[in-house]
Ligand binder design. Sequence first.
Ligand code: MG
Length: 652
Amino acid sequence: MKRIHFVVCALILGLSLFSCSSCRKIPGGGNGSTTTIEKGDNLANITYQLNVYSFADSDGDGWGDLKGVTQHLDYFESLGVSSLWLSPIQACGSYHGYDVSDYSAINPKLGTEADFKDLIDKAKAKGIDIYMDYVLNHSGDQNPWFRQACADPSGPYRNYYVFSEDPNADMRAGKVDNFAGATSTRMGTWHPLSGGVSGRLHFKWDYSARTVTVTRTEEAAQKPNTEATRWLYYGDNVLAGLYQTSADVFEITVDFNSSWGFLLRTSATSWEGGTKWGGNGKGLTLGTPYAVNNSNPQDITFAGGGYYFASFDRSMPDLNYGPYDKVAESPAFKDLAASADKWINLGVGGLRLDAVVWIYQEQTAANVAFLKAWYDRCNTAYKARGGAGDLYMVGEAWCDNAEQMAPYYQGLPSNFNFYYYWTLKDRINRGKGDDFARTVSYFRGLFRQNRADFIDAIKLTNHDEDRAASDLGRDVNKEKLAAAVLLTSPGKPFVYQGEELGYWGTKSHGDEYIRTPMKWTRSGNVPAAALGGKVDNAMLSPEISVEAQTADPASILNVYRKFAEARNTYKALASGEIAEVSSNNAAVALWKMAADGQTVLVAHNFSDKVVSVSPAGISELSKDAILVSNGAVNVNGSSFTLAPYASAVFAQ
Ligand code: MG
């Protein structure tokens, strides 16, 4: 029977954790220490994920920007953060940035390359690394590579993307490198090309016959009708008002140029309620009436152009890296790697890779081969510029379960552990904690089988998932518990913008609602311009702000700060391995973590009842924990009680 001696470092919430001289300090532990965070420790420590466009606005244009991030480095310090994952910052066509149009340029809405360099340098001075979001599965359709690939089938960029004259035949024959042997699409669609049709065209929409007829013409092009009730939509957001020429017929002649084709509309402002009219996925032949509909409208393209493949949206054509065992030889790989070199040489300390299971359509071995080649290539560049340790790289390998994801560790040093959070929210909502540590151990065992030095990127939610607060029924005590569990678990925790404030939101009305702007002060504006009005202003009350929660010792923000500070103080919490401890209560998650001769006992009550906990193998408890949230801990001999959803950490 081992006796745990509990050091009294701080009593409960609100008291400094750093009053105890026996507390072991590790770099990044706050306390005004100027110690530089070492790479090895950094890998186990906390990362903050932020959307640059909705984080902080330095110039008052309503868009969050890179300077805004730089201006809030003290905030990250207060959260014990040692790295930042920025949403994509490269030139792009959307607000969110996952459709890159130039991998070597900064999105001007977010700032300049000089702003980015300034952020990297000032963050590094505080021991904070910058991770870029890298989108390798696809580019944006505004990327000049894609435009040239469409315009010139025999040109140098054609092989950067996935084209086919006859997708079904090519898939069956295994000719599509991007599918790595799969004979059908796992996700995504083949989109028809426009057929290269451009120039002076006449459009005639017979609204009652539900047809459109397009013909070449020598007639003069017309200016769009500003009094129109019907519109032609094409190219880069060109909206041309049609002229009514008889009862239900609308026409116009334009100089047409569009990489994707065209659509017809009955509203200039809305895409909702059947206002969008399109085709049936088949190509239009010039001079022949073509059927249009508003129930399942597809982009209208011209016959004879072939198809391109996109796993996600039409605006994000998949990149093609050729046969997976030779990716490093593909022109697209070389071009992407050259852009990554640029950012690594600028001082970037890590990359987050988007959608890695789709690079080769869920073909794991092919994806792993790609990722290994990519990681080795980037890490070589990182070491060549004198980077400490190894480059950090984390993959979004979003699989159905941890068993499917684990092999991705053969390609990358770190991967997001979605399964950790799915387990956590399920167990908290069921009030059942007793198998949590065992499940986390199981996940880590799977990862270890694939990579001895794996870095388990644990998280609650991110920019693609319903908010944790919504998953937990907007119960603040459950949210505090989830935060405390995250920051007392083994691995590298990621905290997503707004999670620390208890933001809620779901994807049901648009992804914007899970990317809500930071509310810094009780009364100030939020950087919401990028989100097109899709902001939950009822949630963004004065009391949810950073200012208000900083002043409230019981706020969720202060739970994050307190537990982060402890994680950065106790090496056992930051880098110890989890070892389940049995208790007598099904509601309780109980485990030990140990590192460098230091041991902590971690206890969480997943239920809404007061629980009594008797840790197996521990004969005597002292009266105080080093860290508590959601209520006091009462120790009595070899057992203790925990309030509903309470957490406690005891140090040896
Ligand atoms: Mg701005």
